[in-house]
Ligand binder design. Structure first.
Ligand code: GLA
Length: 380
């Protein structure tokens, strides 16, 4: 028995029937475009959440997380899946989503989770938790859903039950990622293609800042984009090219909505251009687009913060770094940095020292590998 199975047994007094893994993600470019009908370009990372589980037949669903050990076992009944204001509301919401989509509800189960994604760092630990739960439900109860549907169910769970109006990017990357590739996803049609990222090094730097209002600020951004869209009378903000946007932008009267819309339209174009540059092996061009993305997120979308700006600007000035930008929803969390593989060590030292001098803490740095989407480690 391996460590995961032993840990499960220590908590639930029986071995698990199945074990799976769902990764977190890092987005290379295409931020705040998914819910505006645009493109995103994320990769699954080799950090994520492991889940072990087994069925029960008494109508009880129990959850345990090694990361929230102090919370003990969280218990719900199949008949009443009301949220309890706890971490376990995420997996419960996924079960509710499966129910809402007409899949048969299990008559009980025990779930164990353990993750190595930093919490609240913008690497999608919640999407990984949702996708791990969906992948496990499919395995335990032989539910006929595809990986893509698991991503959609995870997003539905988060929108409907958790109350964060996120787009599809995080769940899609966690469910559909592919080793050594970024995924160019059209978030409107869910058409996607894989793009090898070559041998450049990808390093994530965690600012350590967690913005407690991130969820409400995220929902505010969505509302501002919707208001700009109503004025523009387009199908979605990202259905407009930058040229079309420039011609019509006078229709948006609120300056703040104009800035949000401008970011979405140009960021979508940067994402398409970035995928193109990568396909031609032009990492310099790709990096410049990443830098421009950061500026736009800082100035027009206003989702960066002093610490992220400092990390991105410091990184952009290190020789051998192609590009650096904040990644994920923002208001704290991480930067993603793309560089020649030979400069990785120098980069890590420089950024650690500079951040410590400025903010008094040594930031966590992850040299990540681009991994696969969710997979079963032990089947039933
Ligand atoms: C969060 C959301 C995603 C996406 C990003 C911003 O990670 O979950 O859907 O909107 O923010 O790009």
């Amino acid at each position: 028995m391996n460590i995961i199975e032993l840990s499960f047994e220590r908590v639930f007094n029986k071995p698990p029937e199945a074990v799976c893994f769902a990764p977190g993600r890092v987005n290379l470019i295409g931020e705040h475009t998914d819910y505006n009908g645009g493109h995103v370009f994320p990769c699954a990372v080799n950090l994520g959440i492991r889940c072990a589980a087994s069925c029960r037949s008494d109508g009880v669903i129990r959850f345990f997380s090694e990361n929230f050990k102090n919370d003990g076992i969280k218990e719900y009944s199949v008949a009443d899946l009301s949220l309890q204001n706890a971490w376990s509301d995420y997996p419960v919401s996924v079960i509710r989503a499966f129910k809402a989509f007409g899949y048969p509800l299990p008559n009980g189960a025990d779930f164990w989770f353990s993750g190595d994604l930093p919490d609240g760092a913008g690497l999608s630990s919640s999407a990984a938790l949702e996708v791990a739960t969906g992948t496990m439900l499919r395995e335990l109860f032989s539910i006929p859903v595809t990986e893509q549907e698991i991503a959609v169910l995870g997003q539905f769970a988060e929108n409907r039950f958790i109350g964060v109006n996120c787009g599809i990017m995080d769940q899609f990357a966690s469910a559909m990622g592919l080793s050594e590739c970024a995924v160019l996803l059209n978030a409107e049609t869910l058409e996607y293609k894989y793009a090898p990222i070559g041998d450049a090094a990808l390093i994530i730097v965690n600012s350590g800042v967690k913005h407690s209002l991130a969820a409400s600020a995220y929902n505010d951004r969505r509302r501002e984009c919707e208001s700009a869209l109503r004025a523009l009378k387009a199908r979605s903000l990202c259905s407009l090219t930058p040229c079309e946007f420039e011609e019509r932008k006078y229709l948006i009267s609120a300056p703040v909505c104009l800035r949000r819309a401008k970011h979405a339209v140009y960021e979508n174009q940067r994402t398409l251009d970035g995928a193109d540059a990568l396909a031609h092996g032009d990492l310099q061009a790709f990096g410049k687009l990443m830098n421009a993305s950061h500026r736009s997120l800082r100035d027009d979308y206003e989702v960066s913060c002093e610490e992220l700006d400092f990390l991105a600007e410091t990184a952009q000035n290190i020789c051998g770094v192609y590009g650096s930008r904040m990644t994920g929803g923002g208001f704290g969390g991480c930067t993603v940095n793309l560089m020649e593989s030979g400069v990785a060590e120098k980069f890590i030292n420089t950024i650690r020292i500079a951040y410590k001098q400025r903010f008094g803490i040594i930031p966590e740095v992850y040299k990540i590998k681009v991994g696969n989407g969710a997979e079963i480690i032990k089947d039933r």
